[in-house]
Design a protein around this ligand. Structure first.
Ligand code: ZN
Length: 158
């Protein structure tokens, strides 16, 4: 009997307002992410590294590539269910996961503030920015229908 084995692979993960190594991390929404969408982002990063030999001389880039390869193996090995996600490399994951949030690559998000689960179409996206001229930064916010913050991405700085 045919069945789509990739269909139910999901990772449950609570996103943070700031990169975890910052002192003031703040837990936000708990998302059920689509593993395939995450895996394709990770594979693109690995491919980019493989395609650019000049990157191979930088220790930070080599370390990042090792992290992505380990993550790809981990994601491929996941069972076809929703798995709570434990990761030891939260800062690198933070950037990937934030982009998944705003791509809508998840089924539902649990809002700790109002104790409800919401879908992407329930939520609103807002822009944020602080500062001005050459000392400004900004990004996007995902808000639950009751206006609680579910995810905050930092996407630019001047
Ligand atoms: Zn809420």
């Amino acid at each position: 009997m045919f069945c789509n084995l990739g269909f139910m692979k999901r990772l449950r993960y609570q996103v943070w307002k700031f990169p975890p190594s910052w002192k003031s991390v703040l837990p936000l929404g708990v998302f059920d992410f689509h593993v395939e969408a995450l895996l394709s982002k990770v594979r693109r990063n690995i491919q980019h590294f493989d395609d650019h030999p000049a990157l191979h001389q930088f220790p930070a880039q080599r370390k990042q590539n090792q992290t992505f390869r380990a993550l790809a193996n981990e994601l491929e090995a996941l069972p076809e269910v929703v798995t709570p996600w434990e990761t030891s490399d939260e800062d690198r994951i933070w950037w990937l996961v934030n982009s998944l949030v705003f791509d809508g690559a998840w089924d539902s998000v649990f809002c700790p503030e109002c104790q409800n689960s919401w879908t992407f179409s329930d939520c609103a996206i807002e822009d944020w920015s602080v500062g001005e001229d050459l000392a400004a930064e900004g990004g996007r916010l995902l808000m639950c229908p009751r206006h609680h913050l579910l995810c905050r991405s930092r996407e630019w700085n001047s």
